[in-house]
Design a protein around this ligand. Structure first.
Ligand code: ASP
Length: 587
């Protein structure tokens, strides 16, 4: 990033970049009064610009006019200052500040704008409520940690653009006012004035447009794209968020993965993180068996083991019953403190997640197992349990006998609850996904990725057995990106719609344009999308993506700065042909 100053009447240097090499020079700097201190006749001001702080000194004798006028300067006033850069006296050097060896002896200054007292301190890292921070976001963004996060975000998108431009990708914009693009969330709708009763949907992703661009022959596309999903408020979701969206033609899974394996290390380097490539790949089934999750946090040194063989002939009813009804027995060992109360809490957690129960106990020095169910198990079974889970004396073993999906989910969560992640970074591709997941509530199949993902292999009559050509990238247990090779024939696309329960008419009505486009020579193509907000938050070490978005919404989806969303006048509603339900007020 350039630090060119564009010399003009306000500045010929940045505050934050003043260094001992410039000592003796006349500098002109501009910025905000960060902090002011009066000391034995001298006035000190830390002046802040985008690049950092510079200490200004106002002398009563050498610059009496400036010194006199400086008395009225308050925090956050905006000034331009001229003076001579000098070395600080020994003993007053501040090693914590990049400009800490120098200071500017002010000759004159001009007040450019007054500032009211801000509602919170800009110069202190104090705890300020989020509502207030967002209401005065322009002040919040003046704080160093916020400035840094937004800069890091710039560096991330700049690196992405450089990397993709060098590889022949075109940055192409796609519509914001469009038709529903199903990524599985609720749409944000925009009523049409010209066609009352009709609505645009804001795109949940540019998925279909990027596929159409491949059919158009652009071959390599990317976009730093805004996506809109009206999801129920979950801790760290935003109704609009940013994706790096990529699509390529004439490719297979390995090509997309190789492209990303080259890009990701460049991005992680911006957070000082080194990753080894190629990034390891883990089949979905294995991820579920070993970690109980398709976004495994492998930094937790606990692996789930299948205990089916150990208990194949068990007389313990819980185990034999599970096995005979097509269920599994799985478990893991963990070290740590496990008083009785902890087991009770874990049992409650397991039950809340749908397990019938939790089998637990502690391995004794002599290899026996202190557990309420030990008396139902043979010595050989206990020895097998300890060996298969790799438990050491003092470790706890937790096991679940249940339907495979329930066992995976429950043990996956318990693994996160009892495990402590190692201090390292872990990246892994999850591959070989099933095409569909069963939606119990609606008694139908749902696409595990989206309906445009290509299935792999032969398509038999049981959609539950289809696999997909999808891949997800997982970083420390968070899915940061996902994509797939796409369907490129209208016949297969129709087959998938059918499996999802869309009848031919409905498919034609909603996705006719895609089905048509697929008949005009669609190249094999595939792509991926990454959540940029999440990646920057992880790089910046922030818990919330709100901290890396310049103007985010609150957790409940509102913007306290502008007051959006807000009621509208009756006239606007009339123009749109809309009427609110009784009891809902217009503005
Ligand atoms: N459109 C997908 C998503 O937003 C990503 C992809 O398949 O490229 O998750």
């Amino acid at each position: 990033m350039s630090t060119e100053t564009f010399e003009n009447k306000y500045r010929n240097a940045w505050c934050g970049l003043a260094r001992p090499e410039q000592v003796g020079k006349e500098l002109r700097v501009a910025g905000w009064v960060h902090r002011r201190r009066d000391h034995g006749g001298l006035i000190f001001i830390d002046l802040r610009d985008r690049e950092g702080l510079l200490q200004l000194v106002f002398h009563p004798t050498t610059a009496p006019k400036a010194h006199e006028a400086a008395h009225r300067l308050r925090s956050e006033d905006v000034i331009t200052v001229t003076g001579k850069l000098v070395e600080r006296e020994a003993g007053t050097v501040n090693p914590d500040l990049p400009t800490g060896a120098v200071e500017l002896e002010v000759e004159s200054f001009e007040l450019l704008a007054d500032a009211e007292t801000p509602p919170f301190q800009i110069d202190e890292d104090d705890k300020v409520g989020e509502e207030l921070r967002l209401r005065y976001r322009y002040l919040d963004l003046r704080r160093e940690q916020m400035t840094e996060a937004i800069r890091l975000r710039h560096h991330v998108t700049a690196a992405i653009r450089r990397y993709l431009d060098e590889r022949g990708f075109l940055d192409i914009e796609t519509p914001i006012l469009t038709r529903s693009t199903p990524e599985g969330a609720r749409d944000h709708l925009v009523p049409s004035r010209n066609q009352p009763g009709s609505f645009f949907a804001l795109p949940q992703s540019p998925q279909l447009f990027k596929q159409l661009l491949m059919i158009s022959g652009f071959e390599r596309y990317y976009q730093v794209a805004r996506c809109f999903r009206d999801e129920d408020t979950r801790a760290d979701r935003q109704p609009e968020f940013t994706q790096l969206d990529i699509e390529l033609s004439f490719v297979e899974e390995d090509d997309v993965i190789a492209l990303v394996d080259g890009l990701i290390p460049e991005l992680l380097k911006l957070g000082g993180i080194d990753v080894a490539t190629p990034i390891e790949r883990l089949p979905y089934d294995e991820a579920l068996l070993r970690y109980g999750s398709d976004r495994p946090d492998r930094r937790i040194p606990i692996e789930i083991a299948d205990l089916g063989e150990v208990f194949a002939a068990s007389e313990f009813k819980v185990f034999s019953g599970a096995l005979s009804s097509g269920g599994t027995i799985r478990g893991f060992s963990a070290s740590g403190e496990f008083p009785r109360r902890r087991f009770d809490e874990l049992t409650e957690q397991a039950q809340a997640l749908g397990a019938k129960g939790l089998v637990w106990g502690i391995v004794e020095e002599d290899g026996s197992w202190r557990s309420p169910v030990a008396k139902f198990l043979s010595e050989a079974e206990i020895a097998g349990l300890v060996a298969t889970t790799g438990a050491k004396p003092g470790d706890a073993i937790l096991a679940v006998a249940d339907d495979p999906a329930v066992a995976a989910r429950v043990l996956g969560e318990l693994r996160l609850a009892v495990g402590v992640p190692e201090d390292r970074h872990d990246l892994v591709w999850v591959v070989d996904f099933p095409m569909f997941g069963w939606n119990e509530d609606e008694q139908r199949w749902d696409a595990l990725h989206h309906p445009f993902t290509a299935p792999s292999g032969d398509l038999d009559d049981d959609p539950g057995s289809w696999r997909s050509r999808a891949y997800d990238l997982v970083w420390n247990g968070t899915e940061i990106g996902g994509g797939s090779i796409r369907i490129n024939t209208s016949a297969v696309q129709s087959r998938v719609f059918e499996a999802l329960g869309l009848d031919a008419d409905e498919a034609q009505e909603r996705f006719g344009f895609l089905l048509d486009a697929l008949t005009y020579g669609a190249p094999p193509h595939g792509g991926i999308a990454f959540g940029i907000d999440r990646i920057v938050a992880l790089l910046a070490g922030r818990d919330s993506i709100r901290d890396v978005i310049a103007f985010p919404k609150t957790a409940s989806g509102a913007d306290p700065l502008t007051g959006a969303p807000s009621p509208v006048d009756q006239r606007q509603l009339d123009e749109l042909g809309l009427r609110l339900k009784p009891g809902i007020a217009t503005s």
